[in-house]
Design a protein around this ligand. Structure first.
Ligand code: PLP
Length: 286
């Protein structure tokens, strides 16, 4: 079956889907994106993802390309046309197409919207979670507004490539004080003496939707949350560690820069959280 993408009002074969050479996303990274998990044919936490999309757009003074109801329809249509039961739907909005010049186009142009979807074998995630993943650390050299989910991901890409070259699956970014901010495409957590520790989301990280749901899971399960920075040294001495994201859900981390965490195997609390996650995420019919 051939994949279908949505590009600026049209459903087109994925292989020939294209944007204009002067799309500002392409030239300036002047755009934002969201990734929603598809579970059993349904969109996971769509409301929160669309809320965050609207916030990112507001911060950059880009209009929504269409109203929310219409966008929801497009997401579902792309999922349906690609027959995705398990996988992801990706949406990207840029400021639009205009002759290259740094200031915003004047008069304003129509924001550009691209939506794609892909299937992922759910067994892969299960297998990965049984083993846990390795992370490396790298300096966090991103700009200050990482709370906005922009398509400007070059530092994240370089850190992730470095991790991959070292045989790891994720890179944890580290600020000038030696504290972990977040992963290249995940939020970072450690567990010590029953407390779950993650950096507060008001500065220096993206407020992950999965992170927000996990915070709710902790409250419901009576587990202790500490929102504060933690150092790489502290993380290496943690009982357990994990990352959260729409694609990885709750994924155990079993080593940091080659040093085993929790005996090098996923621990009991991480397993419990991964199991509890589905009970707390919002599942909307696709
Ligand atoms: N942090 C960064 C830098 C990310 O790119 C992502 C997801 O792409 C996350 C955290 C996790 O966010 P979410 O749980 O909304 O997928």
């Amino acid at each position: 079956m051939s994949r279908i993408a949505y590009v600026n009002g049209r459903y087109v074969p994925h292989g020939s889907a294209a944007v204009h050479v002067e799309d500002r996303g392409y030239q300036f990274s002047d755009g934002v994106y969201e990734v929603c998990e598809i579970h059993q044919g349904r969109l996971v936490d769509e409301t929160r993802h669309l809320d965050r999309l609207e916030r990112s757009l507001r911060e950059l003074k880009i209009r929504m390309p269409m109203d929310r109801k219409a966008l929801s329809h497009v997401l579902r249509e792309v999922v349906r046309r690609n027959r995705v039961r398990h996988g992801l739907v990706y949406m990207q909005v840029t400021r639009g197409v205009s002759r290259r010049d740094h200031p915003f186009p004047s008069p304003e142009v129509q924001p550009a919207l691209v939506v794609t979807a892909k299937s992922i074998d759910p067994a892969k995630g299960v297998k990965m979670a049984e083993k846990g993943i390795a992370v490396t650390t790298a300096p966090d050299n991103r700009w200050e507004r990482v709370d906005i989910k922009t398509v400007g991901l070059l530092p994240n890409v370089l850190a992730r490539q470095d991790a991959q070259e070292k045989g790891a699956q994720e890179a944890w970014l580290v600020d000038a004080d030696g504290n972990v901010t977040e992963g290249s495409s995940t939020n970072a957590w450690i567990i010590k003496d029953g407390a779950l520790i993650t950096r507060h989301a008001d500065r220096g990280i993206l407020r992950g939707i999965t992170r927000t749901v996990v915070v709710e899971v902790l409250a419901a399960e009576g587990l202790r949350l500490e929102e504060r920075p933690f150092s790489v040294e502290e993380a290496k001495k943690a009982d357990e560690a994990f990352v959260t994201s729409a694609t990885k859900i709750v994924m155990p981390v079993v080593s940091i820069d080659g040093q085993a965490i929790g005996g090098g195997r996923p621990g009991p609390l991480v397993k419990r959280l991964r199991g509890a996650f589905r009970r707390h995420s919002e599942l909307a019919a696709a």
